[in-house]
Design a protein around this ligand. Structure first.
Ligand code: ADP
Ligand code: AMP
Length: 220
């Protein structure tokens, strides 16, 4: 899909809704960079720095990293050259304060959030997906023991990297991440709906069916 103006699209949905899985294809279709706040925090969390330790203390218990830290990190990422023509945001914004900070940062550049795709998935399916998720340590591709198994156990189909399970995907931490999502992120649905930017997609379908529905929503 080509566009004549910068294109900023948000993928909104609970942990496990399939944002990362879909972002791989959709960012290529749109021709924009995929910006995942979770991926950025995973990289920082590994570092032996004050910021790394701060991020780890929130991340590992399934809590949101404070808004000021998150907003600074994302706005810095959006200033990189590959985001000048737009990007696909995955996992950000997650609070009203983050959504308003994003709008305020884009406005002076005559840019805006163009579209928000809300992936809706039932709570029981979210927990099933999170508890069976495996990620590639090298490229971040997402797999599932039942729904999307890799061709060879423990290895990424795309790059051969080793697969691992996230420490925050245990049932207990996944449940508290969903609580955080319902409390802090769900209000964003109304925020973007009132602006006429939100399209809801049934994320409970197969990966291919969700991809098809999302492409349709992006064209609408
Ligand atoms: P998110 O980025 O929203 O947290 P992921 O894309 O990592 O979610 O997907 C969570 C888990 O669910 C992964 O194990 C992934 O393979 C699996 N998954 C993603 N989309 C679907 C789908 N449509 N049907 C079944 N499983 C899916
Ligand atoms: P995710 O990979 O999107 O599930 O995010 C993993 C973790 O990173 C979350 O549980 C938070 O600790 C942190 N995180 C990711 N995105 C945000 C955000 N927008 N605001 C605050 N914390 C975030």
């Amino acid at each position: 899909m080509s566009q004549e103006y910068p294109l900023y699209v948000i993928l909104l949905g609970a942990p496990g809704a399939g944002k990362g899985t879909q972002a791989l294809h959709i960012s290529k279709t749109l021709g924009v960079a995929h910006v995942s706040s979770g991926d950025l925090f995973r990289a920082v969390r590994e570092s032996d720095t004050e910021l790394g330790r701060l991020v780890k203390s929130y991340y590992d218990k399934g809590a949101l990293v404070p808004d000021d830290v998150t907003i600074r990190m994302i706005l810095e990422r959006l200033r990189q050259p590959d985001c000048v023509t737009g990007c696909l945001l995955d996992g950000f914004p997650r609070t009203m304060e983050q959504a308003q900070a994003l709008d305020a940062a884009l406005k002076p550049q005559a840019k805006r959030v163009d579209k928000v795709i809300y992936l809706h998935v039932s709570e029981s399916e979210l927990l099933r997906r999170l508890s069976g998720r495996w990620l590639c340590r090298n490229c971040g591709a997402s797999y599932h023991t039942v729904s999307a198994p890799p061709k060879q156990e423990g290895a990424c189909d795309l790059c051969g990297g080793a697969l691992y399970q996230r420490p925050d995907d245990t049932l207990e931490t996944a449940k508290s991440r969903l609580e955080v999502y319902f409390r802090q992120t769900l209000p964003l649905i109304d925020y973007y709906m009132q602006q006429g930017k939100l399209s809801q997609v049934n994320g409970g379908q197969s990966i291919e069916a969700v991809e098809h529905a999302m492409s349709g929503a992006l064209r609408s």
